[in-house]
Ligand binder design. Structure first.
Ligand code: OGA
Ligand code: MN
Length: 204
């Protein structure tokens, strides 16, 4: 794990300069493995729900993942350890960048082979609450040939492909970066998270 006390400050600097960054080792390996085992078990027990887009009531061809939200008061030890670390990062971003982030939300996601998520922005149409998107990856031994990159579209028309390696956290500004999930050849597990500000005009 990256317990260098400056790691979060450097992430804040990168977020301020480029709008996105990758932290390669957010958690100790055993904690990442515990989250991966839990996500896999939930998936195998069919406890994940096909994801929807916006207010749609049914699963959509725009995204092929199944998800389960982390629920305050009902989190496993592994989930709690992850959320504690994410909250520490949120506090660091507030301190360094004065972003006014008040809370984090997170869900497990599993994309089965062939599933992706078409190009999109994480800001919901009716809310500006989501400020920072954070995606934590749970896949051991991921190879480039497995596919499943997160394609982040940058200003000027170029893009960067980020592979979903276990232990790495991708951070980017929710309002600024369109992105998509490319299909993979194996199950692809992640925790998708958003750091939220107290929103004006939020429905929830
Ligand atoms: C999302 C998303 C990316 C990923 O859930 O909005 O873009 O890499 N996920 O899982
Ligand atoms: Mn997204």
């Amino acid at each position: 794990m990256n317990d260098d006390p400056d790691a979060f400050r450097r992430a804040a600097d990168a977020l301020a300069a480029a709008g996105w960054c990758v932290l390669p080792d957010l958690l100790p390996g055993v904690q990442t493995q515990a989250l991966a085992a839990e996500c896999r078990a939930l998936h195998e027990a069919r406890r994940l729900t096909p994801a929807r887009v916006g207010a749609a009531r049914t699963a959509t061809p725009l995204r092929g993942d199944s998800t389960q939200w982390f629920q305050a008061g009902a989190m496993s030890a592994a989930q709690q350890a992850f959320m504690d670390r994410l909250d520490a990062l949120r506090a660091a971003l507030n301190r360094e960048l004065m972003l006014g982030l008040v809370e984090c939300e997170a869900h497990y996601a599993v994309y089965p082979p062939g599933a992706g998520y078409t190009r999109h922005l994480d800001r919901l149409r009716d809310s500006d609450a989501r400020v920072v998107s954070a995606v934590f990856y749970l896949n051991a031994d991921w190879q480039e040939a497995d596919g499943g990159a997160l394609r982040l579209y940058l200003e000027g028309g170029s893009h960067r492909d980020i592979l979903p390696h276990a232990g790495s956290l991708l951070l980017f500004l929710s309002a600024q970066f369109e992105h998509e999930v490319l299909p993979a050849t194996r199950n692809r597990m992640s925790i998708a998270c958003w750091m939220r500000q107290r929103a004006l005009g939020c429905r929830m």
